[in-house]
Design a protein around this ligand. Structure first.
Ligand SMILES: [Ca+2]
Ligand SMILES: [Ca+2]
Ligand SMILES: [Ca+2]
Ligand SMILES: [Ca+2]
Ligand SMILES: [Zn+2]
Length: 300
């Protein structure tokens, strides 16, 4: 425990430096991605019970951390969410051997709106958006004109409309960069009324990419993979867009709510997230299973 305390302090000092430059927001705040041992890696099936092993602190990101960055939508301060309108919980994790980042979000919403006529217009319906910039580049240097892409957006609106539910930016139509590929696995589910008061569950696993060509010619071989490692700090942010009523002439104000981890905006990864060491609790979850397996063997 002492080791861990010391480590968090060290990380805070690193953050102190990070926070003085632009494009790391909110400055001075560190978020934590839980390290999953191999035997506890979650399955991307929309059932979030495989995340129950994760300790609440310091990993859980709740309403009190979230921003409403667009005043035209809701001019409220950080954490000022009306939980009868929307109630959000995020967790982020990672696994070393799989070299994957994992995300889960639970969203209680008074109305799950999904009525877009254009199947691609995810921004007209309730949506979940995950931003990733693994090499921790300042926001001002994300996806610059003429440069390789270095901030990747994974956006989702479910259930699918005419098969459309997955949307990527800045490169949006690569056959090899889709759900079910080596790079992306997504799952979702819900309880309650599918298009009414409900709780939706989202799960995403991605292989983190540092950069790739920012056009339709990009090949999997050109994707430079980020090697996840303990104590690294990456940038990642998660956004929940809330519509409770249909819109035809949809504008920003048509959103009921727009809740982001980043104070900057929706579409770029700015939160400093530490790839945490393997917690003793998570390790012992492994050990317990080994012991009981041994006992089963012994009993045979
Ligand atoms: Ca799951
Ligand atoms: Ca709502
Ligand atoms: Ca809509
Ligand atoms: Ca809604
Ligand atoms: Zn940063």
């Amino acid at each position: 425990m002492k080791e861990r305390t010391k480590f968090v302090l060290a990380a805070a000092l690193v953050m102190g430096l990070c926070g003085t430059s632009f494009g790391h927001a909110p400055p001075g705040e560190l978020y934590f991605a839980v390290q999953f041992p191999d035997n506890l890696v979650p399955t991307m099936d929309g059932d979030l019970s495989d995340w129950d092993v994760v300790p609440i602190d310091p990993y859980t990101i709740r309403n009190d951390r979230l921003y409403s960055p667009v005043a035209d939508i809701q001019p409220v301060g950080r954490g000022e969410i009306d939980v009868s309108d929307i109630n959000i919980r995020h967790l982020i994790g990672w696994n070393d051997n799989a070299n994957k980042l994992y995300y889960m979000t639970e969203v209680f919403d008074n109305v799950h709106n999904l009525d877009r006529e254009n199947p691609s217009a995810f921004w007209q319906d309730d949506a979940w958006e995950v931003e990733v910039n693994p090499d921790h580049t300042p926001t001002e240097e994300h996806n610059l004109e003429g440069e390789p892409a270095n901030n990747f957006s994974y956006k989702w609106a479910v259930p699918p409309v005419e098969g459309a539910y997955q949307f990527y930016r800045p490169v949006r139509a690569l056959e090899w960069f889709v759900d079910g590929s080596d790079f992306i696995t997504f799952g979702w589910g819900y309880d309650g009324e599918q298009f009414g008061e409900s709780t939706y569950y989202y799960e995403l696993a991605i292989t983190p990419i540092i950069s790739m060509p920012n056009d339709e010619s990009a090949t999997p071989e050109q994707a430079v993979i980020f090697d996840l490692a303990e104590d690294e700090i990456i940038h990642t942010s998660v956004t929940v867009g809330d519509f409770d009523e249909p819109c035809t002439e949809c504008a920003l104000e048509s959103y009921q709510g727009f809740w982001t981890m980043s104070p900057e905006s929706c579409c770029t990864a700015t939160n400093d997230v530490l790839l945490d060491q393997l917690l003793p609790e998570m390790e012992s979850a492994t050990a317990v299973e080994d012991v009981s397996w041994g006992q089963i063997k012994a009993a045979q």
